[in-house]
Design a protein around this ligand. Sequence first.
Ligand SMILES: NC(=O)c1ccc[n+]([C@@H]2O[C@H](COP(=O)([O-])OP(=O)(O)OC[C@H]3O[C@@H](n4cnc5c(N)ncnc54)[C@H](O)[C@@H]3O)[C@@H](O)[C@H]2O)c1
Ligand SMILES: [Zn+2]
Length: 400
Amino acid sequence: MPDNPTPLAGCDAPPLNPVATRPDGQGNALETKAGSIGTGQSPLDGFHVTFAPHGARSLAVWLQEHFPGRHPYIFVDQRVASLWGEILDGQGFGDAWIPWDAREDRKRLDTVEHLARAALSRGADRHSVFVAIGGGVTGDVVGFLASIFMRGVPVVQVPTTLLAQVDSCLGGKTGVDLPEGKNLLGTFHHPQAILVDAVFLKTLPAKEWQNGMAEVIKSALLDDGDLMETLESFAQETKGQGISYPLPHKMIEPIVFQSLSLKARHVATDEKDFGVRQFLNLGHTAGHGLEALSGYALPHGHAVALGMRVAVQMGILMGLTNPDLARRLDRILEAYQLPLKTLLAKDANALLRHIQHDKKKGTGGLTWIVPRDVGRMERRTDISDKIFRDALRVIQPNET
Ligand SMILES: NC(=O)c1ccc[n+]([C@@H]2O[C@H](COP(=O)([O-])OP(=O)(O)OC[C@H]3O[C@@H](n4cnc5c(N)ncnc54)[C@H](O)[C@@H]3O)[C@@H](O)[C@H]2O)c1
Ligand SMILES: [Zn+2]
């Protein structure tokens, strides 16, 4: 366990320095870089990220150490419960173990009520701590429930998909969907602790790996270059055979740590998403439109990959971006099995309509994040429909 366990006793706990540690005490790059997870006075002060291969095996002990006196209620994606029962069972959670059918179409208000009642019937009260074990759907729903249950109880995230480990577990956004759109009801409720155990990724299907990798590649574009180089050199190493999922452990650690650190830095300076946090939407403006246009049949990661290509192409057309960046991005997307083209892009009018409906509309029009280069983003609200239509050609199948 960490040599300096942080006593996070609950919502009222005083701010503490954020720490990122591995409880195996082996000492490693993650510990030495721990300072980069959140800095100074920020909404992330006092939260604790633990990177722990096989840490989920000792979840009960870890919770007891971090939340003394609080009874944990474990909301677990039932698929994860069945795949990983062998490491999660037998930790004495008993009645507080609450499996649920975690699917996007169950990310609804009535599910929140159902889970709240399940917790209440098992004795949960305002001194409880809620634990979300699963992907982003579980994290969002349980985070939302925790934010309103008896006016708020602490939540702990134990992300089990790559997307959740590199992105959704951190940042405090919680919520559920409405028939009118995704994540339309929600709150900001930061987890007080996150336990990242890479072992869960062993059972992740390739499609879910791709969803997470698109966010990793997005982080690599936003970051100062280290992550991009990590991805490129691994792609180079495996050239010829191609990359296969699951990625080896030596790759998972740096990509999860660097992606989460980058997100933490953006969230720490702009918790409520009015400034730099919007850079994390790179690829998502066109991406959300493509997803909606496909009736959500297009996987999120594919949509983000295609959206990033459109954003880079816009930059090239506006004379902001070096075309080399497009070539670099394409090589990396291909290497990690993400698409470069889609038939969905053929109907630019329909796509624009969906994009304009998206809730992330800025006051001066649509907000686009345009990369000038790796680590150099611009937030633009002045992009004409013509530039968008011209840029869209880059993902239309009949264009090169
Ligand atoms: N709060 C945020 O900041 C934020 C950010 C990005 C995305 N999100 C939300 O996250 C959700 C998407 O997250 P997701 O992609 O993790 O989806 P998910 O939770 O639906 O998980 C994807 C699939 O993987 C399965 N699964 C989970 N862990 C597994 C494991 N270890 N092995 C095998 N299968 C496993 C799940 O049962 C599910 O079928 C969306 O609802 C999105 O809105 C939230
Ligand atoms: Zn995303």
